[in-house]
Design a protein around this ligand. Structure first.
Ligand SMILES: Cc1cc2nc3c(=O)[nH]c(=O)nc-3n(C[C@H](O)[C@H](O)[C@H](O)COP(=O)(O)O)c2cc1C
Length: 374
């Protein structure tokens, strides 16, 4: 009854708290002989790392990952490869400042998880949110870096497409721009606006929400599962499990409610390589819980950071009304650092389904099928 484990065949368990000595995960079910080094994982952790711009928390964590098990040098190739045994990934916490939280030790931050953890467990790790802190998401990014290596040709990218009420201009969407600004924003013009906007929000001691879009390409048609194991259901659960996420949509999502059938259903033709081509992708690459081979597209909304400098009404652990003002170091828009976390969760879901599909169906049946009698 602990729920710290994600996935079925590709499975990881995370451990650790915001202000404990270390966090990390154990990845189990990774196939053997997959090249893997700490540098492969570090690359992704560096994207999520705090303190990289004035627009994220100033906590300075190097997030240096150590591979403690499950990897061995292959004599034949000289490469470090997975052995098929559990891979323990360890990240030390080095910049805890628990005293930032001593003033609010017995108070609940509205919008944070202090009260519900207390209602459930009766223990209150007030230091930076304890286990409910998004510090935990570094472990997911580490697991995701392993997952990315499992599915050949898989690419998973995410971008921030809305900050507060301000959406990007879709006509300027350029994946190459995502790493050129501190917001993972694909629209360079809107990224400049976000800098001014978020500065003003931060100076007011406030915070804002965001929308993130994730696109997975190279997802083989046929992976996924029907009924209770739907790929879209697992993606929604995986994204919803990220801290501060309040809504998830797949493909055209909520907009499909206002569409007509002719508009929404993605028409099909036979392409040059004898494979089906879809003329649009309103479905977001999934039908019946199974991948169509088109890009898998998901979008999710992240709420504004609950820890803000503006005084708020709350209660304490001893049943008294009080006020709270959260100092400490916080992300004014948690949607920014949620971008690499979202990529990781989507990579984990797809790797898990890929292995599950291979387990049940093996190579599968070549499509198109021969005409009966031909
Ligand atoms: C990358 C990331 C960073 C976050 N940083 C903060 C933060 O600095 N301060 C804060 O109050 N919440 C932060 N959060 C959100 C809280 O972890 C989250 O709101 C809290 O655990 C309650 O859970 P819930 O919002 O999912 O219900 C962050 C979330 C993410 C994804």
């Amino acid at each position: 009854m602990s729920f710290n484990t994600f996935g079925q065949m590709f499975r990881f368990t995370t451990f650790g708290e915001s202000h404990g000595p270390a966090i990390g995960c154990v990845v189990d079910g990774c196939p053997p002989r997959i090249p893997l080094t700490a540098a492969d994982i570090q690359h992704h952790l560096d994207k999520r790392r705090p303190g990289q711009s004035r627009f994220t928390t100033q906590r300075q964590e190097p997030d240096a990952v150590k591979i403690m098990s499950g990897v061995f040098r292959d004599e034949a190739t000289g490469q470090d490869v997975t052995t098929g045994t559990p891979i323990l990934l360890l990240i030390e916490n080095v910049d805890q400042r628990s005293k930032d939280y001593s003033d609010i030790k017995d108070k609940y931050r509205p919008g944070h998880a202090g009260y519900v953890y207390d209602a459930k467990y009766g223990v209150h790790d007030y230091r930076g949110g304890g286990r409910a802190s998004a510090r935990e998401t570094a472990s997911r990014v580490a697991a995701g870096a392993v997952a990315r290596r499992i599915v050949p040709g898989l690419s998973v990218r995410a971008a921030l497409v809305q900050m507060g009420p301000h959406k990007i201009d879709r006509s300027r969407f350029d994946w190459n721009e995502v790493d050129n600004n501190p917001f993972f924003c694909p629209d360079p013009v809107q990224a400049e606006f976000y800098a001014t906007y978020l500065d003003s929000v931060r100076k007011e001691g406030s915070s804002v929400g965001a929308v993130i879009e994730v696109v997975a390409e190279g997802v083989p048609a046929g992976i996924g599962a029907p009924v209770y194991g739907k790929l879209d259901a697992d993606l929604a659960a995986a994204l919803m499990s990220i801290n501060a996420v309040k809504a998830v949509e797949i493909g055209d999502g909520f907009a499909t409610a206002a569409m007509r059938g002719e508009e929404n259903a993605d028409e099909m033709r036979i392409g040059n390589d004898n494979k089906p081509v879809f003329l649009s992708n309103h479905a977001g690459g999934i039908l019946g819980g199974i991948a169509t081979g088109q890009p898998v597209v998901a979008r999710f909304a992240v709420k504004p950071t609950s820890s803000i400098l503006t005084p708020r009404q709350t209660v304490d652990r001893y049943g008294r009304d009080t006020e709270i003002l959260t100092k400490g170091r916080h992300d004014p828009c948690v949607g920014i650092r949620a971008v690499p976390v979202a990529e990781a969760m989507v990579a984990c879901v797809i790797a898990d389904h890929y292995l599950r599909h291979r387990g049940q169906v093996g190579e599968g049946r070549a499509w198109p099928f021969p005409m009966p009698g031909a």
